[in-house]
Design a protein around this ligand. Structure first.
Ligand SMILES: C[C@@]1(CC(=O)O)c2cc3[nH]c(cc4nc(cc5[nH]c(cc(n2)[C@H]1CCC(=O)O)[C@@](C)(CC(=O)O)[C@@H]5CCC(=O)O)C(CC(=O)O)=C4CCC(=O)O)c(CCC(=O)O)c3CC(=O)O
Ligand SMILES: NC(=O)C1=CN([C@@H]2O[C@H](COP(=O)(O)OP(=O)(O)OC[C@H]3O[C@@H](n4cnc5c(N)ncnc54)[C@H](O)[C@@H]3O)[C@@H](O)[C@H]2O)C=CC1
Length: 192
């Protein structure tokens, strides 16, 4: 079954990243686009993870994962090279409301990371449900080329208008017209 594409509010959530290597660094960089409170537990920590933890004042615990500690969090990302730990953490959390991502095996994932492009309020995410992360990356890179410079400015303007104009048919039609014109002028070869 494919994964439902939702956009989560991460601020205020308790987030745990287990592992401090190369892949943990990649996941951490992405999480930091959306929230600033993250706890990291890692037996050993690579330089990129240590630097991000320092720069963003994250809680960094340099020690092995302790059984059951995932239960103190809302969201847990397991990015270690200890495959058995991925299964263990997934199983530990089954009776609790903890959502788990395991970078090693979709069997131990409640959610997966998409490939995404973020420009201000615009986030476009691509997923292959684990079929081909390499393809998700390539389609993201293609989309980055198509995306017009300054799209975040257009969205900031739309957000402002949205807060100023009263709701209703007139506003709806105006917004639809503005969005259509923007896409027509700024994206390549869209005909309708
Ligand atoms: C299931 C998922 C779980 C999760 O991580 O959440 C997962 C799992 C695994 N990835 C593996 C390999 C690679 N992953 C990448 C890249 C990315 N992987 C990402 C997400 C996901 N990877 C989730 C599914 C997403 C989806 O398909 O929709 C991206 C999109 C986002 C991100 O990392 O945040 C990011 C691109 C970001 C960008 O650039 O935009 C590359 C390419 C590269 O790095 O250049 C390779 C090598 C080529 C290849 O295998 O395709 C392996 C095998 C490991 C091994 O062989 O040892 C596993 C484990 C398995 O499949 O068993
Ligand atoms: N989802 C994805 O995008 C991808 C996933 N992978 C998978 O990611 C996994 C990790 O790869 P790397 O980061 O390159 O490995 P790495 O060797 O650089 O890092 C592993 C980290 O896990 C920590 N660790 C191991 N056991 C631990 C424990 N019990 N408690 C706390 N920390 C522990 C280590 O201290 C280290 O910081 C691999 O299994 C690989 O197959 C690989 C490529 C892409």
């Amino acid at each position: 079954m494919s994964y439902f594409p939702a956009f989560f509010q991460l601020e205020g959530k308790r987030i745990l990243l287990v592992g401090g290597g190369h892949i943990a660094a990649e996941k951490l960089e992405k999480l930091l686009d959306f929230c600033k409170e993250i706890t990291i537990v890692a037996a050993e920590v690579s330089e990129p993870v240590a630097t991000m933890a320092r720069e963003h004042c994250l809680t960094l615990l340099v020690r092995p994962y302790r059984s059951g500690e995932a239960l103190e969090y809302d969201l847990v990302i397991v990015a270690t090279d200890t495959v058995e730990l991925h299964r263990q953490i997934f199983e530990e959390t089954r009776k609790a409301r903890v959502l788990v991502n395991s970078v090693d095996d979709t069997r131990y994932c409640d959610f997966i990371f998409p490939s995404y492009v973020k420009r201000g309020d615009l986030t476009v995410a691509f997923s292959t449900s684990g079929a081909s992360p390499a393809f998700a990356r390539q389609i993201r890179r293609w989309f980055e080329q198509v995306l017009p410079e300054g799209v975040e400015g257009f969205l900031a303007q739309m957000r402002k208008l949205r807060s100023e104009l009263p709701k209703g048919k007139e506003r709806m039609e105006r917004f639809e017209r503005m969005a259509k014109e923007y896409v027509k002028e700024n994206f390549p070869s869209l005909r309708n």
